[in-house]
Design a protein around this ligand. Structure first.
Ligand SMILES: [Zn+2]
Length: 320
């Protein structure tokens, strides 16, 4: 009997999303539930089990290839364990794959969530024409995954692709990881909003009224990257400046990675990647200026194609 779908689970700290996905990467149906991340691992595992059961109840389990799970934190693929995912309470080392297999008799595989999104782009998205590329997820933080010869490169310790912690200033801003000058500390969602607020607060009062200020009704605590993008599209000079600066800085970090790993193509996804095209152009020119000469002509910075569903599709593709 030919199997027709796999289940992909995107285990986020705020939402658990699960979907039935075809081998062509199409989501047939999906469910989502608010993650009870503060209730501890047993509760979260139960939630994953319930989401999976819900999807299986509407189809024939015998048609299912298996279950793929994308999780934040360090994932050791060989034993299916998730280690200290950020924003999950009382969670050190949990054997997630084993726990799910115990209650649902199907093959279960697990992978880091940024790696899942990278795999999805490689198989179904902007990476299909490139067998080697760096995937960057630009949202609350900055993460990534490395695709070599169409396969994910995890590294000997499972931690490869952490682009967000490339330092662009040895004496720079303090990052959540404890280090200084990490690119995430300059272009992560929260820092980008904070930086915009600082710039607006220090701009001279005789400047023309800021589109950003208008869009948030004067409440600078409401600034988020989508607002900055919108203002930039409407020609707001400060918004354009802030996003160009973010692009320049990201290019600086990317050049270091591309020089080290010998890659030339970067696919950028995540919430902030909805930014206008000029930001991508800036990232590309900034990267090109900084890589070694033989790489220059081949540098390509591409926007991810799959958007939010990349998490579910990538997780499902672990078993497809
Ligand atoms: Zn860091």
């Amino acid at each position: 009997m030919k199997k027709t779908f796999a289940l992909g689970v995107d285990m986020g700290a705020t939402t658990i999303k699960a979907g039935a996905v075809t081998p062509e990467g199409k989501i047939l149906e999906q469910v989502s539930v608010e993650t009870l991340a503060n209730k501890g691992p047993a509760t979260v595992l139960k939630q994953i089990g319930e989401a999976v059961r819900q999807l299986l109840a509407r189809r024939k389990p015998v048609d299912c290839f298996g279950i793929g799970i994308g999780s934040p934190g360090v994932v050791t693929v060989h034993d299916g364990a998730v280690h200290n995912p950020p924003n999950f309470s009382n969670w050190n080392d949990v054997q997630v794959a084993k726990a799910i297999r115990k209650v649902i008799p199907l093959p279960v595989f697990i992978e880091n969530d940024a790696n899942c999104a990278a795999i999805a782009e490689a198989k179904y998205g902007s990476g299909v024409d490139h067998k080697d590329f760096l995937f960057v997820i630009w949202g609350t933080g900055v993460g990534g995954g490395i695709i070599l010869d169409r396969k994910i490169y995890r590294g000997p310790y499972g931690g490869a692709g952490e682009v967000g912690h490339v330092s662009i200033d040895y004496n720079g801003r303090r990052c959540n990881c404890g280090s200084l000058g990490c690119i995430e500390a300059y272009i992560g969602q929260r820092y980008l909003s904070q930086r915009t607020k600082e710039i607006l607060e220090s701009s001279p009062p005789d400047r023309p009224r800021s589109k950003i200020k208008e869009l948030v009704g004067g409440n600078l605590d409401k600034i988020e990257p989508s607002v900055i993008s919108l203002a930039a599209e409407q020609g707001d000079e400060e918004a354009i400046g802030i996003l160009e600066e973010a692009g320049e800085l990201l290019g600086c970090a990317l050049a270091s990675v591309l020089n080290t790993v010998d890659l030339r193509v970067v696919v950028i996804g995540g919430g902030v990647s909805a930014a206008p095209q000029f930001v991508f152009d800036k990232i590309e020119s900034s990267t090109r200026e900084r890589v070694l000469t033989p790489h220059r002509a081949g540098i390509r910075i591409l926007r991810a194609k799959l958007g939010n569903p990349a998490g579910i599709i990538g997780a499902a593709s672990l078993v497809l």
